[in-house]
Design a protein around this ligand. Structure first.
Ligand code: MLC
Ligand code: AMP
Length: 501
């Protein structure tokens, strides 16, 4: 009986007395302790009659208990489906319904609103709070840790992560054990992680970056993680002298640079700072080096593909580029219209192929076929080029997407809600430069009679997670359109580009 992902990341640590987690409130959790905790959680999940392949939707605060649910799902052959706690009940309803989740794990604080949603979808509900209390926590505490690991193959699904779509409907990206394992192995090797590392972890654990890139690498190599609940600059400053590596979105680095306590002395023990999920400005890269002597290592990935490229550990980390394709990842740049291969320096759509590339979108064969070619290449929708030295640069996106502080916002999802509001004839949501988040959404509205801007903003906030809500509303006479009738978002972006300068 084997379960490659469980055996490699978790099972082999049974009896390992080394520290896996440093907890922010003090104290530690050893690898052995974590594996036991995961075993109890796996018992608890299967005692709820879940069977291998069932989806387990999890909308809870970041904590070691939440990580144990991930480990337990892997051990029990369940498909882990983490959700941002910022998602509204409307958003959760869609994910639970679309995934056909067998179980929704939420917190006691959200049980009253989420129970009816789960009931409607025929999904069971359990609660798990950040301190380990809640119905699932209690159930786990009452179990032994001796769980017979469920046999799985590398092609079996391990996780499903929802990623928004250009039509406004989110899609469940299906990730196999092989997808996760192969990427963690490649990254750990490229970035030289070992059991001596202490990874400062302040990212959320419901996305690829914090869950698979960061956590899986630590588990694979046996290093420790400082598990901070979120980005908190005071705590980062406190932990940096005891850490060796950190991963963050660019906002992490701009916020650190804005703090006078962040000096080269503070990072004397650090060996690596990694950035990704959104473009790191070359200016930030330069400032960071000037302040600390460290060159941030920028890499590029996606929910559907895990990590695709990385700047080198030893060679030149080139600001403004995302480095080279990772070992065992094929990358090509193609003309978006003809599909023809672009030459060095020519801009086109980036396509990738390898064990890192997902299995398709959950129950959406047409969308899968539109983005995942029969030959295995995934069309990322990112525009870029490969230079003569082989470095990949991302110059833009062939998809209407805004990335705010590393979170993706698909304008269509916001526009659909705006267009439904009284007083709104039509809308366009655009991304404009923002000093903290890189980009932020602005809604451009055309009024239809009386338009109550505050009421419109409140309606959006009710339906969508806070980070997706436009930071400004602009009312115009008409949206600029080209001769084909398509809204010229570039014209709007240009008009609003200095809004947050
Ligand atoms: C929080 N808020 C945001 C936001 N994050 N607004 C815009 N963009 C964001 N990214 C809003 C909240 O809605 C709330 O507003 C207010 O800010 C305070 O919330 P918070 O949680 O206290 O915010 P903060 O701590 O400042 O968070 C900012 C952040 C965080 C940048 C630290 O967003 C973050 O950790 N981002 C990382 C995202 C990530 O992991 N992405 C990886 C995706 S994987 P209100 O009004 O609601 O109260 C991927 C693949 C790859 O892309 O390559 O890695
Ligand atoms: P997600 O769907 O949340 O996984 O976001 C993936 C998208 O983030 C990619 O398609 C890119 O557009 C963007 N992205 C990730 N890393 C980088 C990077 N280093 N530079 C620029 N864009 C990035």
């Amino acid at each position: 009986m084997t379960n490659p992902l469980y055996d490699t990341l978790f099972g082999r640590h049974a009896g390992n007395g080394e520290v896996f987690l440093y907890l922010p409130e003090g104290g530690t959790i050893t690898y052995a302790g974590f594996v036991e905790q995961a075993g109890q959680m796996a018992q608890a999940l299967t005692s709820l009659d879940l069977v291998p392949g069932d989806r387990v939707a999890v909308q809870i605060t970041k904590s070691h208990h939440a990580l144990a649910v991930y480990a337990a799902c892997v051990q029990a052959g369940l498909v882990f489906l983490p959700l941002n706690p910022a998602y509204t009940p409307d958003e959760v309803a869609y994910f639970v319904d679309n995934s056909g989740a067998a179980l929704l794990v939420c917190e006691d604080a959200t049980l009253a609103v989420l129970s009816p949603i789960a009931r409607q979808a025929g999904t069971r509900v359990q609660t798990l709070n950040a301190d380990g209390t809640g119905s699932l926590g209690q159930r786990a505490a009452a179990q032994t840790d001796r769980f017979a690991t469920v046999s799985r193959e590398e092609g079996d699904l391990a996780a499903m992560l929802y990623t928004s779509g250009t039509t406004g409907r989110s899609k469940g990206a299906m990730l196999s054990q092989r997808n996760l394992l192969s990427n963690a192995q490649v990254l750990a090797e490229c970035w030289r992680f070992t059991d001596a590392d202490v990874l400062l972890h302040a990212l959320p654990i419901f996305h690829t970056h914090g869950l698979f890139v960061a956590t899986n690498i630590a588990l694979l190599t046996g290093g420790a993680m400082v598990l901070l609940p979120k980005l908190d600059i005071d705590r980062i400053i406190d932990w940096l002298p005891r850490s060796t590596a950190m991963m963050g979105v660019p906002t992490f680095y701009t916020r650190l640079l804005a703090d006078a306590r962040f000096t080269s002395d503070l990072v004397g023990h650090m060996r690596l700072f990694i950035s990704g999920s959104a473009p790191l400005l070359a200016e930030t890269h330069k400032q960071f080096e000037a302040r600390t002597g460290h060159r941030i290592l920028e890499r590029y990935g996606m929910t559907e593909t895990n990590m695709n490229t990385s700047n080198p550990y030893d060679g030149e980390r080139r600001a403004g580029t995302v480095g080279f394709p990772l070992p065992r990842v094929e990358l090509k740049v193609c003309d978006p219209h003809t599909g023809a291969l672009c030459g060095p320096g020519e801009i086109g759509v980036i396509e990738v192929r390898g064990d890192n590339v997902f299995q398709g979108y959950w129950q959406m064969p047409e969308k899968t076929a539109a983005e995942l070619r029969a030959d295995g290449f995934f069309i990322t929708g990112d525009l870029g080029f490969v230079d003569a030295d082989g470095y990949v640069t991302i110059v833009g996106r062939n998809k209407d997407l805004i990335i705010s502080g590393g979170y993706n916002i698909y304008p269509k999802e916001v526009e659909l809600i705006l267009d439904d509001q009284p007083g709104v004839l039509e809308s366009a949501v655009i991304g404009v430069p923002h000093p903290d988040f890189g980009e932020t959404p602005v809604a451009v509205l055309v009024a239809d009679g009386d338009l109550d801007e505050a009421a419109v903003a409140a309606a959006v906030k009710h339906s969508l997670a806070g980070f997706k809500c436009p930071r400004a509303y602009v009312v115009v006479e008409a949206l600029p359109r080209n001769t084909m009738g398509k809204v010229q978002k570039n014209v709007l972006r240009d008009r609003c580009k200095d809004r947050f300068a």
